[in-house]
Write a protein that binds this ligand. Sequence first.
Ligand code: RB5
Length: 141
Amino acid sequence: MNIALGCDHGAYDLKEEIKLLLAELGHAVTDAGCHSLESVNYPDYANAVCGKIIDGSCDRGILLCGTGIGMSMAANRHPEIRAALCHELFTAAMSREHNDANVLCMGARVIGPGLAAEMVRVWLATEFAAGRHLTRIEMFS
Ligand code: RB5
């Protein structure tokens, strides 16, 4: 899968860990930044990652900030994006199975890197169930 990855300064370290994991899992990663601990504005990175999905160059995105909240709010301003803010494994899986989330948002100040890595594994491996869930997500727009 082609995966776009973005973060702000609050999640730079986690982004670097997730980037390594994605490569280990055999995915192609587009790193949209940020690239240091210098303070930045998270909507810039949310928009960059969402743009990669909207233009078809990436299949899914992962957005990381301190809480994940700002990234999820910014990402969901795009009609094509279904961004899910998750803090544990169950919602990470359900965001795929029931909501066909194309962006996973996590908060680096909320969860540790081990849990984040497991959530990424589960989120990438879980298929959308479609059926009645497709009807529902089609009602978003
Ligand atoms: C940055 O300090 C922080 O506000 C940001 O990472 C995020 O938590 C916003 O939702």
